[in-house]
Design a protein around this ligand. Structure first.
Ligand code: GLY
Length: 365
């Protein structure tokens, strides 16, 4: 990608935030003005790099950077074989520990490149360039790396934060509305978890500009969303204190719904939107969530077109329940759901089986 023209380009990248995680490791999140600004920054890394892309993101870069590994697009590549391809390429290139892996793509590429980087020579340098909204506001920041294993999503992984995350909102223009909404659900989730209402208000008042991919508005949206994530992960980098778990809002319900659809019917974001509405409803029923708040937040999801009223059939209940029981964030064998008291006030709690059935099944017995 870097061309002479790009190299001459003035470096404009602004630091969005500098996030300090476990063991004092820092991730610098940089926002590029445009694709030229991004390529100028990438060219600064020099030659001691290995690019990891997928068939879709490889189309965004001309000429294709070298050396590189191009994986199949999608979740099916997120396994040991894909990881081994990255590691083999690094060995073949004679990379040492001071080499840098550059993951250029969506959540799968970010998670896998980071996983491989954490393993290579016990950890090499890592830059992530998320190209989807989901990867920008979630996967690229926070050090979680993963591959799928034995049918379990993200079952094997490490904590290994990238040194740099480079974000260029121009890459969002080419996303389908479905893929864009896949990430926007996480942004709305962050808006509910934020200590202030700036992001919430923006989502409420600027739908037209957001869905129209207005670059300035998207940049602001991504920045605010990342700052919310930062506030949770810095306080609990390895998710051991019950603080970072709050980012799981809507995910326990959502993941179970995804598994009922065998991970093909529901996109992650659509399932998280649905799951967050179930968590709001559960909170209301348990007297935890302020009713007006729950109703307003549910309407916000509806305003962006998420199917929040869906209920599973009785026949899907066993599958749904099994998926809940496999939740990675179980503690002492108990599944804890993230509910909200109000804006920015998450609580972790168990939910009785009967209430769960009433919340998710279309006509419970
Ligand atoms: N995706 C939630 C987290 O990074 O903790």
């Amino acid at each position: 990608m870097p061309t002479t023209r790009n190299l001459l380009y003035k470096m404009n990248m602004n630091t969005c935030c500098s996030v300090t995680l476990a063991d004092g490791q820092t991730t610098n999140v940089l926002l590029a003005d445009d694709i030229y600004d991004l390529s100028a920054h990438l060219s600064e890394y020099g030659n001691n790099v290995l690019w990891v892309l997928d068939g879709n993101t490889a189309r965004l870069i001309r000429p294709l950077p070298t050396p590189r590994v191009i994986l199949e697009p999608g979740e099916s590549a997120k396994n040991w074989r894909g990881t081994e391809r990255i590691l083999r390429a690094a060995v073949e290139e004679g990379m040492a520990r001071d080499g840098r892996f550059i993951g250029f793509g969506g959540g799968v590429i970010c998670d896998m490149t980071a996983f491989a980087a954490s393993l290579y020579m016990r950890g090499c340098r890592l830059t992530l360039v998320p190209t989807t909204l989901l990867a920008m506001v979630d996967a690229s920041l926070g050090g979680k790396t993963a591959i799928d294993f034995m049918g379990g999503k993200n079952l094997v992984g490490t904590f290994y934060p990238a040194q740099d995350v480079l974000i260029c909102c121009d890459t969002l223009k080419s996303l389908s509305d479905k893929e864009f909404l896949n990430g926007l659900a996480e942004v709305i989730k962050h808006a509910l978890l934020a200590q202030d209402e700036e992001l919430y208000r923006m989502l409420l008042l600027k739908k037209h500009q957001i869905m129209g991919r207005d670059p300035a508005v998207l940049r602001n949206l991504v920045e605010l969303s990342l700052k919310v994530k930062q506030s949770y992960i810095e306080r609990d980098p390895k998710e051991t204190l019950g603080i970072r778990q709050a980012l799981n809002l809507g995910h326990t319900f959502g993941h179970a719904l995804e598994s009922c659809g065998r991970f093909t019917t529901w996109s992650h974001g659509a399932a998280v939107a649905w799951g967050t509405c179930r968590a709001l409803e559960a909170g209301e029923k348990l007297g935890i969530t302020d009713q007006r708040y729950a109703s307003g937040a549910t309407k916000l999801f509806a305003m962006y077109g998420y199917d929040i009223d869906y209920r599973i059939g009785r026949g899907d209940w066993q599958l749904f329940r099994q998926s809940l029981l496999k939740d990675k964030k179980k503690q002492d064998g108990l599944v804890r759901f993230v509910l909200l008291e109000k804006q920015g006030k998450p609580v972790l709690t168990t939910i009785e089986l009967k209430l769960l059935q009433n919340l998710v099944i279309s006509s419970p017995i």
